[in-house]
Ligand binder design. Structure first.
Ligand code: ASP
Length: 312
């Protein structure tokens, strides 16, 4: 599987097979340790456009830093839903056709995965999905598995607790699809009743070999697991289904840490808004800030594989 050429767009994790995930993780390791000057030649003379139709701080800055560290340049539109020609009614197809005349790749956060999938083939340059509505967030999943692999040394035969908003949380959708490609992965799901995995996604995951089990108590979710993947409730996408007070029942505090083995790791795509108490941060098993750093290198690896060419 190759990521070079006009036809490759990173829209869903379903495009990434296990060899490609491994190649990206190795490339990320290489970029992290390679000579900085050498790294800075990889995208020299290349321009990457970042178009953000939904709010983002870390993902946008992570992509922009990745481009700059690779020696490329960035042009961008933040708050594109309000400030770009989409306000005038321009289609996403046309946005891609136009921006594709300026840039060598387009990183986009959009509110609608289907619209993104439909428009991407019209782009003359690669499109990278930086999070689409409550659909997918493939680069977050790549950096999540990269973090698990770095911290635990494997992606096979893992038991995970996946918690929070599994209905609207696009990072969960992409992560579970990606983990389903590895053998022996078991997942305990812990979520407010209305915020379970969409039924068709749960069926797809089970058909691909992922073993899903719903649990009713936080303690039962996390006891003895290898990985806790905590997420926030996406209140901005809800219409009052969940009481903000009830969301507290889903928070991990220092008192839960005794239930976790020493090798276990706690991940969170961030931002957190109370689901992990700050006193957990000093525990070595809290991996969420290392996860942020891994995201930078994984996004560098993806852009480098798309635009930078062979690794020396
Ligand atoms: N930053 C992640 C995302 O863009 C997680 C979140 O917003 O809760 O999906």
């Amino acid at each position: 599987m190759t990521m070079r050429g006009r036809g490759f767009h990173a829209l869903t994790v379903n495009q990434f097979d296990v060899p490609l995930v491994r190649e990206l993780m190795e490339r990320a390791e290489w970029l992290r340790t390679a000579d900085r000057e050498e790294v800075r030649t990889r995208l020299q003379g290349r321009i990457v456009a970042t178009l953000f139709y939904e709010p983002s701080t870390r993902t946008r800055l992570s992509f922009e830093s990745a481009v700059l560290r690779l020696g490329g340049s960035v042009v961008g539109a933040e708050n594109a839903r309000e400030s770009s020609s989409s306000k005038k009614g321009e289609t996403l197809e046309d946005v891609f056709r136009v921006v594709g005349c300026y840039a060598d790749a387009i990183v986009i956060r959009h509110h609608d995965q289907e619209e993104l999938d439909r428009a991407a083939p019209f782009s003359p340059v690669p499109i990278v999905n930086a999070g689409a509505g409550s659909g997918e967030h493939p680069t977050q999943a790549l950096l999540d598995v990269y973090t698990i692999w770095r911290e635990l040394g494997r992606l096979e035969h893992l038991t995970l607790a996946v918690m929070g908003d599994l209905k609207y949380g696009r990072t969960v959708h992409s992560l579970l699809r990606l983990l389903a490609k590895f053998p022996g992965v078991r997942v305990r799901l812990f979520h407010p009743a209305p915020l379970g995995l969409p039924g068709d996604l749960a069926r797809e995951l089970e058909a691909s070999g992922l073993r899903l089990e719903r649990v009713e108590r936080l303690e039962d979710a996390i006891r003895g697991v290898d990985v806790v993947y905590q997420t926030r409730i996406q209140f901005e996408r809800l219409a009052g289904e969940v009481d903000p007070q009830a969301a507290r029942l889903y928070a991990i505090t220092a008192s839960h840490l005794v239930l976790l083995p020493d090798h276990a790791r706690i991940l969170h795509p961030l931002p957190r808004v109370g689901e992990i108490a700050p006193e957990v941060d000093d525990d070595v098993r809290a991996a969420y800030f290392r996860q942020v750093e891994n995201g930078l290198y994984m996004r560098m690896a993806l852009l480098d594989a798309m635009l930078g060419g062979e690794r020396p």
